[in-house]
Design a protein around this ligand. Sequence first.
Ligand SMILES: *Cc1c(COP(=O)(O)O)cnc(C)c1O
Length: 547
Amino acid sequence: MAAPYRSVLDQIRLAFPQPVSNRVHDSYFVHSIMRAIDAVDALKSERPILGERTPLDYETARRASIPDTGSSVEDVTADLVRYCEGLTLWGHPRTQQNVVAPATISSLIGVLLSSMYNPNLAWDEYSHRVALAEVEMVAMTARLIGYVPERASGVFTFGGTGTTFYGIKVGLEKALPGSMEEGIREDVVVFASDCSHYCRYNIAGWLGLGSKSLITIPTDLRNSMDMARLREHAVAAVKSGKKIAAFIATMGTTDAFGLDDLKAIVALRDELVITFDLPYSPHVHADAVIGWAWSVFNDYNFEDNPLGFRPKTIRALAGAGQQIRHLSLADSVGVDFHKPGFTPYISSLVLFKDGDDLTLLKRPQEQMPYLYQFGEHRPGMYTMETSRSGTGVLAALANMKLFGKEGLQVILGHIVEMAELLSENLQGHACTTVLNRENFGAVTLFRAYPSEIDTFQINEQEMKDPAYRESLLRHNDYNRTVYDYVHAEGMAGRGVVISITDCYRQTVYGEPVVALKSFILSPFVDEENVQMVVQKVLEAREMVSKG
Ligand SMILES: *Cc1c(COP(=O)(O)O)cnc(C)c1O
C-alpha cells in the first residue's frame, strides 16, 4: 500500500504547472488564472479602487499562523483576490494620484513567463536567453538616451533606489579606489538637490558614508539645482581635502518634474578635475527614473509635429527635451520602467556610459566557489544582489516592443497634453494657481485660495516674504481641507482621486508649502477627468466658505 503522504503529494503535484507537456493541465492552469481575473473584475466599478476600502485589522493579522493542512488552488485564489480589495486602479481614468503606472498585458505576460520558469540573472547558466534579453534592454535603453551601446553596460536592480545606489557605489570606488575591500576611511561627500529623491539618505546610510555626508543643494523656483551654490560647496569640499563620491543630477523630480542642468554639472565636474588636478573624475549620476522616457522625443520633429499634439504640449515636450537630451553626458543613469514604462514593480535599470565602470565592483572568484565556474556573462560577479529575477527585464522588453518609440511618444504626449489642460483650466480660475508652471511633465502642483485672495501675487508673496508666514500656514490648512473633500468625492466615485504633498518646497523663510497634486500616468485619462478635478476643487471651496 502506498504511504499516506502519497495522496497528498498527488494533489500537490496538480498545483504545479506540469513540467512535461500536458495540454489538459495547461487549460486548468489558464482557467485558474481566469477565475482570479474574473473574481477581481467583479470588484470594479465607477470608482478608481477595487471593491471596498475597509479599515485594516493589523491586530488579527499579527495572529496569523500557517494552516495545518493545505487548500485547493481554487480556495487559495479566492483568498488571494480578497487581498486586492481596496487597491487603487492605477489605470482608471479617475486616478491622478502619483507616479505609479498601470501595467500592460504584454508586461504582465513577461512577468508570468519569467515567474514560471524562474531564470536567475546572476549567471547566464541559470537564465540563458533571459540574460540575452537583459543585454538587449541595456543596449536598447542606452541607445535611446544617447549612450554608445557597444560601450555601455548595465543591470536591472531593486528599484529606482537601487539605480542610484549603484551609481554612488561606483563613484565611491572611483574616489576611493579599493574601498570595496578596505572600507571607507576618508571623508567622502555626495551632492544632490533638495528636490532630489529621499532615497539619497538611505543610500548614504546603507553604503556607510553616513547620511551626514550628503550635501543638499537648494533649488530655484524651477526646482532645478542652484548651480552657483553647487559650485561653492564642491570647491569647498575639494579644498578641504574631501573626496566626491558623486554628483546626483535629478532628471525629473518626483513631486514637480524639476530637471537639473546636467550639462552644467558635468562641466563643473570637468573643471574641478583640471583646476585641482584630481587623481579621479568625480562620478555624475543622473537619477532619470522618471525623466528617461522623455528621450523618445530626442528625434521627434517638433516643427512638423507628425503626431498632432497641441502647441502647448509641443512646448512642454520640447522644454523637457532641452535637458533630457543631455542624459548621455552622465556617467550613469537610472531608469524605472515601472514608472513611465508601464510595467509592474520592480523593473529598474542602471546604465553606465563606460561599461568598465561596473567591473570596479567585481569580487574575486574565490569568494564565490559554487558559482560562475564558466560562461562569459556573469553579472552576479559584480551585482549587489545574488539572485536576480528576470521579471523586470521581460516586462520592460515586452513594453519596448509593444509600444515602440512611437507608442511611448503617444502615451507621454497624451498625458502631458492632459496635464497641460489641467494647468490651463486651473489658471483660468481666479481662485486656483499652479505652482510648478515651469516644469513640463505629467504632474501638476496647485493651490486653491479663498475668494478674497489675489492669486496673481499670493504665490510669490507666500514663497518669499516672511510677513506672509501666517497666510501661508493658514492656506496650507485650507488646501488640506480642500483635499479632504476632493479625495472623499474621488473615492466615492463622484470625482477624481488626486493626492497632496506636505512640502512641495520650502519657502525662502523655511516653511513647507502644501500643494494639491495631480499626477497623470494613465493612458485612460481624458479631458472630462481633467475638468472634473477643477470642478471638485471649486465645490470644495464652496463647502469651506459655507463652513
Ligand atoms: C520614485 C523615485 C525614486 C525611487 O524609485 P523606486 O523605484 O521607488 O525605488 C528615486 N528617484 C526619483 C526621482 C523617483 O521619482
